[in-house]
Design a protein around this ligand. Structure first.
Ligand SMILES: [Cu+2]
Length: 327
């Protein structure tokens, strides 16, 4: 009896609110989960990931704004919705927002029975020959380049791999069902296909040389990040989902691309964790192109109903706030 009373008292003392004031001290993260490179994962791990990623394309929508939408479609819809007007790209919020977005997708995979964590495509390592990357494997990957099949409008259809029969619903926020598409940029002027020269180790070293958060963000977003989108998705031709910003999450590879972007930010933070983990600066976008207000760690990260909105400060430290992982 005495023990029970004591246990009850201790229990009451430990019963902290489950979701304290978001600006209060961070939750602890004692065993961060490791996020792996696709090229280093085992076949079993890759199979489990792909199985869950296919499951996400069959689960029903959380947003319920279209009867034919799936949970995967929700990701493309929310990303497009928050891009016009622009709330998630072309300013400091790009990095924490996409970190949050990857985490929401990682949870969706886990709700589909996946026991692992988000994985990344290390396109810096693969930049000399991007078309040889393991992510394109037709069995233990996402399938390869699209081809002209005549049944996909102008878009090039992905015809192998687990997503060959996947039909994303949206293009922008418009209902526009189509087959998943890719349109690799060819090798040219002696440089690798898929725009590989633009995310080489040398290019990435230039990005890493940036010493301010927003300098780094801008160099990464408009440099290697954009080059991968364009390289896989057809650049200005835009005949592949990943190549058009407001359709890009249609391609499940988007999340491996953005986990890599997230990892590169983490690597930059790790060069000087004391000053860089919470380094956040720059200005908000405005619709007329003028300079908006200064960004703050207390800014909201909107998720438009796909998940409860977040706050920037909870997405700066991969081992704090709402996060608990490492690379
Ligand atoms: Cu984006």
């Amino acid at each position: 009896m005495k023990f029970l009373q004591l246990a009850t008292l201790i229990g009451a003392a430990l019963a902290l609110p489950s979701d304290p004031d978001p600006l209060s001290p961070r939750q602890t993260c004692t065993s961060p989960k490791l996020r792996k490179s696709w090229s280093k994962a085992t076949s079993a791990e890759k199979t489990a990931y792909l199985h869950a990623a296919v499951c996400v394309t069959t689960k029903s929508s959380r947003l319920k704004n279209n009867a034919n939408a799936t949970l995967h479609d929700d990701f493309a819809y929310v990303h497009a919705l928050l891009s016009s007007p622009q709330k998630i790209h072309d300013f400091a919020g790009f990095l924490p927002w996409h970190r949050f977005f990857v985490q929401v997708y990682e949870k969706a995979l886990q709700e589909c029975g996946y026991p692992g964590t988000a994985m990344y495509w290390d396109w810096v390592a693969d930049s000399p020959a991007p078309s040889k990357a393991k992510v394109w494997d037709s069995v233990t990957g996402f399938g390869g380049n699209g081809v002209s099949t005549g049944d996909n409008g102008p878009r090039l259809r992905v015809i192998d791999g687990p997503f060959k029969d996947f039909r994303p619903l949206y293009w922008n926020t418009d209902v526009s069902p189509h087959w998943l598409s890719r349109d690799w940029l060819p090798a040219q002027n002696g440089e690798p296909e898929i725009s590989g020269a633009n995310y080489s180790p040398a290019r990435m070293a230039e990005v890493n040389a940036q010493t301010t958060f927003d300098g780094f963000r801008q160099a990464l977003e408009s440099g290697p990040h954009a080059a991968v989108h364009g390289g896989v998705g057809g650049g200005g031709r835009g005949l592949g989902d990943l190549g058009f910003q407001n359709a890009s999450p249609n391609d499940p590879l988007f999340f491996l691309h953005h986990t890599q972007v997230d990892r590169l930010w983490w690597l930059w933070q790790q060069q000087d964790p004391q000053t860089r983990t919470f380094a956040y600066n720059g200005f908000h976008n405005t619709q007329d192109g003028s300079q908006g207000p200064t960004v703050m760690l207390s800014d909201i990260l909107p998720m438009a109903g796909l998940a409860p909105d977040g706050i920037v400060k909870d997405y700066m430290d991969v081992k704090g706030g709402k996060l608990c992982y490492t690379y």
